[in-house]
Design a protein around this ligand. Structure first.
Ligand code: COA
Ligand code: AMP
Length: 631
């Protein structure tokens, strides 16, 4: 292990208050903390207790005060609408103050929640920062989710207002957002008072008198709002992510710890200083977008890019290289699936000339396990270090990474490198004992987690306790399985639960199964994540029909695919489903999804000792083989 990292890790674990207290100097506080880390016991702790600050002030206003007003804060680049726009920090301050003022006029106050359902346009960042400015708690819902998923989140977050846009543009499709929003509001029990709609020229939406407000009209007449002080421990946002059941979990992030951790990560992990250009090609609906399109680069006084396009097809597999060149990106972040999409379209990288990448120092990959082939192709092609790093919605910033702004270490393909200082990662066996080097087990993080990680689940302390803290007392359960090698390098191999990862998006098999079971002909369903060379995994469904069902299979499959699309969203990429006579189960009735997945991926598997009926595995083999999986 590098000496510098060893010392940092030791300092962060032995003297967390000194370590994070020093990191907190990068943030402007309106009132200093009484205590850096306040812990009553090992699972009940808070960071920067007694302090107050405003996250929007730190991300926007202070840069204007410090002379960065003219510097680009955001480059908006939208190949799908042929639009480019640069927004300076001063312009950002004005835009954010206006929407913040508009929200206040609509009655949104400190502590209220606001749902944001918007595409990749700068207004989405104005909306997030506008909420932070007045102390409202935002909850961004990814635009690719269907009305039902939005409704679930509205009912959980109970927003005072919803901010949305008339449409999104996905490749060459214009997707009207307003009908989805109206449908979600109709489905939700919580009744929202106001929706603010940003009208895009590609498709305007009809507004509902009394409830809907035109964004432009609102901000034109609203007085600008100032930043309000909030406690460091007050929530900044809620971000829903898939759990093992159908209902999503609302990860809560605080203001103080979040600002400290993100500012620290920009410098130490991503090697970004004020004035540099950082690009995360993700969507603000995901945690990567929250941390590294919106808050991280702006807290650092850097320039961020809002890219409304795809790695391929907008217009071609050279799109990323063009953006890097055009905005002189120093550090770039995307998902392995995006690199695989580019590699598939342009394997020889004929659309890239290395001069385009003159500004680029490093490529970061995350969101799913990065297979060594993808990593090697990217580093051979781009000729910069390619850094796989591991994190989750819950942690909000990397748990393990090669720290490019601190002390870059040798790259081992397949590993996201070492745990970051502040995260004490261990691999445990079933009984809670640490396993030997290179042995696979459950990856956990000893409590307390560092600043910036989740403070709990919205309105659901029991689920937080049961899902993350109860399994191994004193530790946070990551839900991932993996091992640590003799050099301390971590390898994250798979999930231990029923979560699947489709194109870097985390989805719950339980939710798919719930939706499939809504079909009147379906008695029971099992969904597994099968290996896919482009998207990492794809969901595959097996359904058992109700007794006496005579529905034609082709129309059943069409209906089931459509059902998932309309209940979960197109992003679920659900296209493969088949009828099966019976599902393999344990004697206690648990569906053997792990074994089914191994069969689909053509991996060796042991006959589970607890299987109720071994012949069901033959049924699985033949059904999956009809779908093109397995042997
Ligand atoms: N709003 C509405 N619909 C959306 C959407 C959004 N924001 N994002 C995706 N969709 C839709 C797509 O239009 C597509 O619909 P279709 O079935 O009608 O074609 C479906 O959801 C699946 O989209 P996607 O996952 O983007 O697949 P794709 O086949 O269009 O593209 C990749 C494949 C690899 C190019 C794409 O998945 C990609 O860019 N992945 C990178 C993922 C990423 O950045 N993850 C963030 C984690 S770091
Ligand atoms: P999400 O919360 O959507 O960001 O998904 C987090 C999950 O994605 C993790 O728990 C892992 O299962 C997976 N993941 C993310 N990054 C990596 C990585 N670099 N290597 C392996 N798995 C990853």
């Amino acid at each position: 292990m590098s000496e510098i990292r060893k010392q940092m890790a030791q300092q962060a674990s032995q003297f967390p208050e000194a370590f994070w207290g020093e990191a907190a100097q990068a943030i402007d506080w309106s009132k200093p903390w009484d205590k850096v880390l306040n812990s009553t016991n090992d699972h009940d702790y808070q960071w920067f207790v007694g302090a107050s600050l405003n996250t929007c002030y730190n991300a926007v206003d202070r840069h204007v005060i410090n002379g960065r007003g003219e510097q680009a804060a955001i480059h908006y680049d939208s190949p799908v609408t042929q639009t480019k726009q640069t927004i300076s920090y001063l312009e950002l301050q004005q835009e954010v103050s206006r929407i913040a003022g508009g929200l206040k006029q609509l009655g949104v106050e400190k502590g209220d929640t606001v749902v944001i359902y918007m595409p990749m346009i700068p207004q989405t960042l104005y909306a997030m920062l506008g909420c932070a400015r007045i102390g409202a708690i935002h909850s961004v819902v990814f635009g690719g989710f269907a009305a039902n998923e939005l409704a679930t989140r509205i009912d959980d977050a109970k927003p005072k207002a919803i901010l949305s846009a008339s449409c999104g543009v996905e490749g060459n499709k214009i997707l009207a957002y307003k009908p989805l929003l109206d449908d979600a509001i109709a489905q939700a029990s919580h009744k929202v008072q106001h929706c603010v709609i940003y009208q895009r020229p590609q498709q305007q939406a009809e507004l509902l008198i009394g409830r809907d407000v035109d964004w432009q009209a609102l901000v034109e007449q609203a007085p600008q709002a100032d930043c309000v002080d909030v406690a460091a421990t007050d929530p900044l946002y809620i971000l829903y992510t898939s759990g093992t059941t159908g209902s999503p979990k609302g990860v809560v992030r605080d203001n103080g710890g979040h600002a400290v951790a993100l500012a620290w990560s920009m410098k130490h992990i991503y090697d970004i200083d004020a004035g540099d250009v950082f690009w995360a090609a993700s969507d603000v609906g995901w945690v990567v977008g929250h941390s590294y399109i919106a808050y991280g680069p702006l807290l650092a006084g850097a320039t961020t890019i809002v890219y409304e396009g795809k790695p391929v097809g907008t217009p071609d597999a050279g799109a990323f290289w063009r953006v890097i060149q055009e905005y002189q990106v120093k550090s770039f972040f995307t998902a392995p699936t995006a690199i695989r999409a580019i590699k598939r379209e342009d394997p020889q990288a004929s659309l890239l000339s290395l001069e385009q990448l003159a500004s680029l120092k490093v490529l970061f990959l995350a969101g799913e396990r990065c297979d060594p082939d993808t990593l090697n192709w990217a580093s051979d092609t781009l000729k910069v270090p390619v850094i796989d790093h591991w994190w989750q919605t819950e942690t909000g910033w990397p748990i393990a990474a090669n720290m490019m702004g601190t002390d870059p270490m040798p790259i081992k393909p397949g590993s996201p490198c070492l745990a970051i200082p502040g995260y004490q990662v261990e691999v445990l066996d079933e009984s809670g004992q640490p396993v030997a080097a290179n042995e696979t087990g459950s990856v956990v993080i000893k409590l307390p987690l560092p600043p910036g990680t989740l403070t709990g689940l919205w309105n659901n302390p029991q689920r937080y306790q049961a899902g993350y803290l109860a399994r191994y007392p004193g530790c946070y359960l990551s839900g991932d399985a993996g091992y640590i090698d003799e050099d301390g390098y971590l390898y994250i191999m798979s999930r231990i639960d029923d979560i699947i990862n489709v194109a870097g998006h985390r989805l719950s098999t339980g939710r798919f199964e719930e939706v499939l079971c809504q079909h009147p002909s379906v008695a029971e369903a099992a969904v597994i994540g099968v290996h896919d060379p482009l998207k990492g995994q794809l969901p595959v469904g097996l359904v058992v029909l109700k007794q006496g069902e005579t529905i034609a299979q082709s129309s059943l499959y069409e209906q089931l695919i459509q059902l998932v699309r309309s209940e979960i969203g197109a992003v679920a990429s659900f296209k493969k489903v088949s009828v099966i006579e019976r599902l393999p189960k344990t004697r206690s009735g648990k569906i053997l999804r792990g074994t089914m997945k191994k069969i689909a991926d053509n991996q060796a598997y042991k006959m589970p000792a607890t299987i109720e009926d071994a012949s069901t595995l033959e049924l699985v083999e033949s059904t999956l083989s009809h779908l093109g999986y397995g042997k």
